[in-house]
Design a protein. Sequence first.
Length: 58
Amino acid sequence: MFKLACGDVMPGCAARFENSDRAAMMAAVVAHAGADHGITDFTPEIVSAVESKILFAA
Ligand SMILES: [Zn+2]
């Protein structure tokens, strides 16, 4: 299971994501970031910040 706590990237956000499909999880994160954080431009810096916080637990 790939897991991400949005609060690790966006302090104060309680949203958490988990999915066995990493790409599907990233799609959910992108949708959440756009809806709740107003982030529509995923720069390489933002993507790498998010990806650095992804955990994998079987
Ligand atoms: Zn969030």
